[in-house]
Design a protein around this ligand. Structure first.
Ligand code: KIV
Ligand code: ZN
Length: 388
């Protein structure tokens, strides 16, 4: 098994399925270029057969992107697969991602098909796609809620037909990390030709566990591709968040022992671009990309970080694309943080007594104002009249 973890970004396909997040061709192209700068391995650019607009977007991305593989989703039928192949024709590296549901619930109620019909359609779809493209991903939709025996048969069949990646979606975000990890491992152990394909995880966030489930799929299950989106964008509660899964694997390399090709300094620019384009605001306490992710407000923490950053930081803000970490001055701040900010602002105090007096005025002000900005400090030290 390789020690490289493939990062498959589906912001432009599954992410776009988020209500209100639909993007124009040009917006998608701009984001795809940023994803290439981020060095994602695979960009799922859209669902070419779903509309002319999406076909054009996939084609434009296939033309523009040279480093990452460009992928289009396609249902398991000849028309969808042909549209995907046509849109991907200009790509330097192309992938067709075809899917069909395999859970009893989806087959019976949604597709109104028998197991044998689904198995046959999956077989024919992968065979057809393989004649058009060398890189084929197959997803059994609602795979995690599918009967394992049937799922093993489907997966074995599509690998025999030439599928190169097998992606097991937790379509409705129902999984629990340990169970999902064991499920992937069980499939890999039971499918006789499993080592002929790369195994992939695709987790939705309905119970807030998409990242944890994906990591379990990698660590316990042995998956070597993670499907994810910038800011965790996606239908309902979203998908596995790229920034979280990538930084978990990088920061805890001691645990995962895997390489990811991502240029993490492009994470924050990518997050901002996706947020601005879709209008989906990133919550301040969101890991990695939230405004407070590297902000320190408590005096004890500020003091610690000023002495040695790793006291309260497990990653460097600069390494994920922030300009720096942030000491937020407020009522919990200590004298040390206040003095440091004076120095950064070029303010020199004559004596420690003067620092103490300014610090006392700062504390009084902080009791009345939740965040103290640089302008407040400048006013406070220059204006003796600022008192409690
Ligand atoms: O969640 C899902 O099942 C999907 C598939 C189409 C891969 O997005
Ligand atoms: Zn999905």
């Amino acid at each position: 098994m390789t020690d490289k973890l493939i990062i498959f970004d589906t912001t432009l396909r599954d992410g776009e399925q988020s209500p209100g997040a639909s993007m124009t061709r040009d917006e998608k192209l701009r984001i795809a270029r940023q994803l290439e700068r981020l060095r994602v391995d695979v960009i799922e650019a859209g669902f070419a057969a779903s509309s002319n607009g999406d076909f054009e977007a996939v084609r434009a991305i296939a033309q523009a992107v040279r480093e990452s593989t460009v992928c289009s989703l396609a249902r398991a039928n000849d028309r969808d697969i042909s549209r995907a192949a046509e849109a991907l024709r200009p790509a330097a590296r192309a992938r067709i991602h075809t899917f069909i549901a395999t859970s009893e619930l989806h087959m019976e109620k949604k597709l109104r098909m028998t197991r044998e019909q689904v198995l046959e359609q999956a077989r024919l779809a992968v065979r057809f796609a393989r004649n058009l493209c060398a890189d084929i991903e197959f997803s059994p939709e609602d795979g995690y809620r599918s009967d394992p025996d049937f799922l093993c048969r489907v997966v074995e069949t599509v690998i025999d037909e030439g599928a190169t990646t097998i992606n097991i979606p937790d379509t409705v975000g129902y999984a629990i990390p340990e169970l999902y990890g064991n499920f992937i491992r069980m499939l890999r152990e039971r499918v006789p030709n499993s080592d002929k394909a790369v195994w992939s995880v695709h987790c939705h966030n309905d119970l807030g566990m998409a990242v944890a489930n994906s990591l379990a799929g990698v660590k316990i299950g042995g998956a070597r591709q993670v499907e994810c989106t910038i800011n965790g964008l996606g239908e309902r509660a979203g998908n596995c968040s790229l920034e979280e899964v990538v930084m978990a694997v990088k920061t805890r390399r001691d645990h995962f022992g895997l390489e990811v090709g991502i240029d993490a300094r492009q994470i924050v620019p990518a997050s901002r671009m996706v947020s601005q384009t879709t209008g989906f605001v990133v919550q301040p306490n969101k890991a990695i990309v939230g405004a407070n992710a590297f902000a320190h407000a408590s005096g004890i923490h500020q003091d610690g970080v000023l002495k040695a950053r790793d006291t309260y930081e497990i990653m460097r803000a600069e390494d994920v694309g922030w300009s720096a970490n942030k000491i937020v001055l407020g009522k919990l701040s200590g004298r040390n943080a206040f003095k440091q900010r004076l120095q950064e602002l070029g303010i020199e105090m004559e004596s420690e007594a003067e620092v103490n007096a300014a610090f006392a005025r700062f504390k009084d002000l902080a009791d009345r104002k939740s965040e103290i900005f640089d302008e407040d400090i400048i006013a406070l030290v220059g204006d003796e009249s600022v008192t409690a």
